[in-house]
Design a protein around this ligand. Structure first.
Ligand code: GMT
Length: 381
């Protein structure tokens, strides 16, 4: 198949999932055309069957806000026509689904027919999308998409709760392919750059937005460190970073907190740690937690949204109410206190992550593509 994938090219989970999906499909022989405003960070070097089409937004002085959605729709029209694509798959509803609908209608007027699939990722539904100003457009696009998928059952239910749609939404969970060979083996030489052998490493990865509650990460770490000597490794960057730094200073914890900023291969660093913290306010899935589990790192998380579909209570980690930092810290100590318990959780975390392996999830997307293309074609007859 020839598939156009529209995505955010950043470190965010939806961009990561879309890029990894495209790479895996290309490896299976499908032709993949990424359409977005800069080269996706996870794309790496180019491979067979992968093409990248950049959306360039004009900077005309009249525009206070650049018309990205219009440029994106035009680019989709151009790529579909000239590359003769079979399908468009857009990740994150805003504004990709409405741009896809516009492209589909323009193409139809030119005698080209193509279906599009919308994959919902999270805040396009739970935060941004719920904003009343977006509601009519999102509801319309959900109803117009040739298929809609959500990355968790929780996100599917949230969509029905917040939008006037009864259309079928298929749950296809996020996936992972980067498993540690042995969840109990760490690269000690590299680990020693971050902590001493008698210290635990606690880790968090995010875009440091409010919804991630990174201050809770610092508070939970600070409490754990009173009982179990630890270091905190913060990966990523974003608007909350300054508040997080202030809190570290206030708690006198700066010397034990390492902020490494945005890095491409976070899983590599995560594999050096012993515990992952994800205390988010809302999280449709929690891809970062899955990435940690795959390299053998247990997870202390909130029990919000789709996280309980990923992290299993008392098995791959523990879940608590949002904001319950005391319980999160107590559970962290339970896991980190002795090597035997920690190793049990490490093994379980990886076993749990295996349920979301690429090999299990990729065929679901491929089948969906085939079904949507066939159904669309038969509707044209
Ligand atoms: O919705 C967002 O916050 C952005 C999005 C992204 O691009 O990072 O994250 C969401 O999609 C990820 C991939 O499907 C999920 O793993 C994240 O849980 C989800 N984020 C939230 O729901 C806050």
């Amino acid at each position: 198949m020839k598939i156009g994938i529209v995505l955010y090219p950043t470190f965010g989970g939806s961009g990561v999932v879309a890029t990894e999906l495209g790479k895996a499909l290309a490896q299976k022989g499908h032709q993949i055309h990424f359409i977005t405003y800069s080269q996706p960070v996870r794309l790496g070097s180019f491979r067979d069957n992968i093409f990248y089409h950049e959306v360039v937004v004009s900077n005309y002085p009249l525009f206070e806000y650049q018309p990205y959605e219009t440029e994106l729709a035009s680019k989709m029209v151009d790529v579909v026509e000239h590359e003769q694509l079979d399908l468009l798959h857009v990740h994150y509803a805003i504004p990709h689904a409405s741009a896809a609908f516009m492209a589909q209608q323009i193409l139809k007027s030119r005698g080209v027919n193509i279906p599009f699939i919308t994959t919902l990722h999270g805040t396009d539904i739970t935060l941004v999308g719920r904003d009343k100003s977006f509601e009519p457009v999102i509801t319309f696009c959900l109803n117009q998409s040739n298929a809609v998928t959500a990355v968790s059952e929780s996100l599917k239910q949230d969509t029905y709760k917040h939008f006037a749609t009864s259309r079928e939404i298929k749950v296809i969970p996020n996936f992972i392919h980067n498993f540690a060979e042995d969840p109990l083996v760490q690269d000690l030489e590299r680990r020693r750059k971050y902590a001493q052998d008698d210290e635990r490493i606690i880790c968090h990865v995010s875009n440091f937005r409010k919804v991630k509650r990174v201050e809770d990460v610092v508070r939970v770490f600070h409490k754990i460190n009173k009982t179990v000597k630890s270091r905190l490794l913060l990966i990523g960057d974003g608007p909350e970073r300054y508040n997080v730094e202030l809190l570290c200073r206030e708690l006198g914890a700066c010397d034990r907190v390492m902020m490494v900023g945005k890095i491409r291969d976070a899983a590599n660093l995560m594999s050096l740690s012993d515990l992952f913290l994800l205390p988010s306010q809302t999280e449709s899935f929690g891809l970062a937690a899955l990435e940690a589990m795959a390299v053998g790192v247990p997870v202390i998380s909130s029990n919000t949204g789709g996280i309980p579909e990923v992290n299993k209570q008392g098995y791959s980690g523990y879940l608590s109410e949002v904001g319950n930092v005391d319980e999160m810290a107590e559970n962290g100590v339970k896991i980190l206190n002795d090597d035997q318990t920690l190793n049990e959780f490490k093994k379980n975390a990886q076993l749990q992550a295996r349920q979301f392996s690429l090999g299990a999830i990729l065929p679901e997307y491929e089948q969906l593509y085939i079904d949507v293309i066939n159904e669309f074609k038969s509707g044209l007859k």
